[in-house]
Design a protein around this ligand. Structure first.
Ligand SMILES: Nc1ncnc2c1ncn2[C@@H]1O[C@@H](CSCCNC[C@@H]2Cc3ccc([N+](=O)[O-])cc3CN2)[C@@H](O)[C@H]1O
Length: 273
C-alpha cells in the first residue's frame, strides 16, 4: 500500500506541473525585489555569493557539473561554468528546456535578461562587470546538453546522459522540495540524484524552508513539502552525504511578495560518501 501511495503522490505532483509558466515564474522570483543587485539583503545576490564561494574555495573540481531541475534559470551555473568544462542542464518540463535552449542559441526570445546576473557574478570574481559577455560565451561553450530528468526515478537521467564515472559535482536549486509530495519522497529523491554523483563528489543544494506552496504561474498553485534545517540535515545523512556547510537566509518582510509562503532559504555544501 505504501508504494501505491508514493506513486499516487508523485503522479499528482507531475499533474500540477502541467500548468507551469516559465515566464511568469521568472518574473515572480528573478526580478526585484528578490533579484535586486543594489540591495544587500536581496535573495539572489545571497544565493550567487553562496555558489561563488562553494565553487571557488578549492575543494570542488572535475570535469562534469550536472544541474538538477534547472527550471528556466541559469544563475545556478554562472560560477560553476568557470570550474567545469562540461555542464549538463536538466528539467522535467519541455517548456523549461525550451526556455534554456533559447538562451543557449542566443537568437533572442528569452523571457528574462540574464545580463545583470552575469555582471554580478563577474564582480564576485573580481572581474569588471563588462566581462559578462565573456562569461556568457563561456557558459554557452561548456553547456553540453539540456536533457529530461525525473528525480523520483531511481535512474533520474537517461542511461547515456552521463559517463559511467558519474558527475563530479551536482547543483540543484529549489527543485527537490517543490516536486516531492512529502519528506520521504524528498529523501528518496536525494538518494536518486546521489547515484549520479561519483563518491567524493560534491552536492550544492539550495532550497526553501517552511514553504508549503508556490505559484508556478497565474493561478497555478503548486504544493511544496515544508522543510526545516534539521530535516534537511537528516535527509542528507540518510541519503549518504557528509554535510560540509549549511547556511540559512531568512526572508525580510518585503521579500515576501505573495508568490509563495517561503520563510527562509538554505544553502548546503555536502560530499557524497
Ligand atoms: N519529477 C521531477 N524531477 C525533476 N524536476 C522536476 C520534477 N517535477 C518538476 N520538476 C521541475 O522542478 C521545478 C523547479 S522550479 C521549482 C520552484 N521552487 C519553488 C519556488 C522557487 C523559489 C525561487 C526563489 C525564491 N526566493 O526566495 O528567492 C523562493 C522560491 C520558492 N518558490 C520545475 O522546473 C519543474 O519542471
Amino acid at each position: 500500500m505504501e508504494e501505491k501511495g508514493a506513486e499516487n503522490g508523485v503522479a499528482a505532483m507531475a499533474a500540477c506541473y502541467q500548468g507551469f509558466d516559465p515566464a511568469a515564474y521568472l518574473q515572480y522570483n528573478y526580478t526585484p525585489p528578490r533579484a535586486d543587485f543594489e540591495r544587500k539583503d536581496s535573495i539572489v545576490p545571497w544565493k550567487l555569493a553562496c555558489l561563488h564561494k562553494a565553487f571557488t574555495e578549492g575543494d570542488v573540481s572535475g570535469e562534469l557539473l550536472v544541474d538538477i531541475g534547472s527550471g528556466p534559470t541559469l544563475y545556478q551555473v554562472m560560477s560553476g561554468c568557470e570550474v567545469f568544462n562540461k555542464v549538463l542542464l536538466t528539467d522535467f518540463l519541455e517548456v523549461n528546456r525550451q526556455e534554456l535552449r533559447r538562451w543557449l542559441q542566443d537568437e533572442g526570445g528569452c523571457s528574462l535578461d540574464w545580463t545583470p546576473f552575469l555582471q554580478h557574478v563577474c564582480k564576485l570574481e573580481g572581474r569588471r562587470p563588462s566581462a559578462w559577455t565573456e562569461k556568457a560565451a563561456k557558459l554557452r561553450q561548456v553547456i553540453m546538453d539540456i536533457v529530461t530528468i525525473d528525480v523520483h526515478c531511481p535512474q533520474p537521467l537517461a542511461l547515456d546522459a552521463l559517463p559511467s564515472a558519474g558527475a563530479d559535482c551536482l547543483v540543484s536549486c529549489f527543485c527537490l522540495e517543490s516536486v516531492s509530495p512529502d519528506l520521504a519522497a524528498f529523501t528518496r529523491a536525494l538518494g536518486h540524484i546521489g547515484r549520479l554523483l561519483r563518491p567524493g563528489g560534491h552536492l550544492l543544494l539550495i532550497g526553501a524552508l517552511g514553504e508549503s506552496y508556490y505559484f508556478g504561474g497565474p493561478g497555478v498553485k503548486i504544493p511544496v513539502v515544508p522543510l526545516n534545517e534539521a530535516q534537511v540535515c537528516a535527509s542528507l545523512k540518510e541519503s549518504g552525504y557528509t554535510l560540509i556547510r549549511l547556511e540559512v537566509y531568512t526572508l525580510p518582510q518585503d521579500m515576501r511578495v505573495g508568490v509563495d509562503d517561503v520563510s527562509g532559504v538554505f544553502f548546503v555544501k555536502a560530499m557524497k560518501e
